[in-house]
Design a protein around this ligand. Sequence first.
Ligand code: SAJ
Length: 417
Amino acid sequence: MNNIKTVAVVGLGYIGLPTAAILATNGLQVIGVDVNQQTVDSVNRGEVPFVEPDLGIHVAGAVSQGKLRATITTPKADAFIVAVPTPFKQDRSADLSYIEAAARGIAPQLEGGELIILESTSPPRATRHLGEYILGLRPDLSLDGADGKPSILLAHCPERVLPGRVMIELVTNDRIVGGVTPEAAELAKGLYATFCQGNIHLTDDVTAEMAKLVENSYRDVNIAFANELSVISDGLGIDVWELISLANHHPRVNILQPGPGVGGHCIAVDPWFIVAEAPEDAKLIRTARMVNDAKPLWVVDKVLDALKAAPADTEVAVLGLAFKANIDDLRESPAIEITRLISSAAAGTRLNVVEPHVRELPQQLQFVENVRLMGLSEAVRTSGIVLVLVDHDDFKTIDMAELYGKQVIDTRGIISV
Ligand code: SAJ
């Protein structure tokens, strides 16, 4: 099957829905599949159930032109793209149950010749696992035409887009396509070439899986270096941002920025898949994860120390809950963990949370008595301690005069006092 006309995208989340929409606006007939009826209904109305710039226009356009529709059950299609979550389990190895559930939906629809692409971030050999899982359900098919059985073509094509820039980066980023067979890689390349203007690099499936994990681990290790420097600098009584900015004048030094910890659903998760695969050898990757995971507790201790030294009724302004600047995504956000920990360790202290990108507190903070959501000026005015957790642009406009006499704990280096 060299001529792909219909594509089923399984999982309509932060990656699946943009991918479905961009394929549909580039001429393919796309059916989005999701287990959540509300997601399905909202896509069929041409609406997007989460915030991502420009995605709404693509989805509304594709649905109104009849190129994109959503359903709960997996249909027949020429190609399937699996974009479901791969969280980690208690032991920090990857939970492949969502991939297996997707496979159970796809398997009955196969006739042979279909292309199946795994986009979910996956541990090494997950694509092969998906293939073997499907063949377990469909012993009449094969991966290579062995015994004269019709074959299915399997490839891994990891997503690499940055939340907040997804619709741009889907088109402009290079892609890595790893085929279980060269034929599968070529076919997948043809599909991505319908919308991707970057280079499409072909390799095998396991190298493609590792490439994605390595990219995020590289960033995690580098952020850990910056976070470690921030703790060391604090002990030395020097400004870590000045230190990094000076060191970065060296032509071969480019240190990232410290923060309150690493959030989001990718960088804090993916390195563990490498550690689970090579526990003896992945020493640096494991240590970096531990350094970044420890940073929120260090911030909590800073605030508790400041509270001990402050008058008893001191309130704390908590600036930001998102996992990074200028987005509304609160998943795995260190800011939420920090706020929650301070709220329970200092139960008598009022925490005035400012998060311009949400209308209500997230579930973890909703029924916590000493935490409330408020506007920036009011929170700063009423608080003796100002804790900056996210470098949202809105916070960079704070009038320095309003901070006079207050203790500022700035984990992002956006306020100079
Ligand atoms: N962070 C810092 N200091 C920095 C940079 C980031 O503390 O200098 C923190 C952020 O505040 C945030 C976390 O790290 O809490 C992650 O943010 P990010 O912007 O580095 O990355 P994500 O999670 O939004 O997206 C990453 C990207 N991967 C890389 O840049 C290698 C993206 O390209 C991937 O597609 C995405 O993970 C993913 O889905 O895997």
